[in-house]
Design a binder for this molecule. Structure first.
Ligand SMILES: [Zn+2]
Length: 78
């Protein structure tokens, strides 16, 4: 199990996401950003918009995913 924060995933806060894989924490961040948007949290809106555009343009976003997977791989186990 590893931990990545909202901040490490491109967001504005230090909320920690735990997961066994990079996909786990990316999905947790996606849920977190959706909830923030629903709650009207403007500080998370830019990160939310970026995440949305990543789902829309997966090929263009491969670099970001690679970076996140690498960052996750470099983290120590909890
Ligand atoms: Zn956050």
């Amino acid at each position: 199990m590893k931990t990545m924060t909202c901040h490490q995933l491109g967001g504005p806060c230090d909320l920690a996401h735990h997961g066994e894989s990079a996909d786990d924490v990316i999905n947790a961040q996606d849920r977190h950003l959706k909830e923030a948007e629903k709650a009207g949290d403007a500080s998370h809106q830019p990160a939310r918009d970026e995440m949305k555009s990543r789902w829309r343009h997966p090929k263009r976003s491969l670099g970001w995913y690679r970076d996140m997977k690498q960052a996750f791989a470099d983290l120590p186990e909890d």
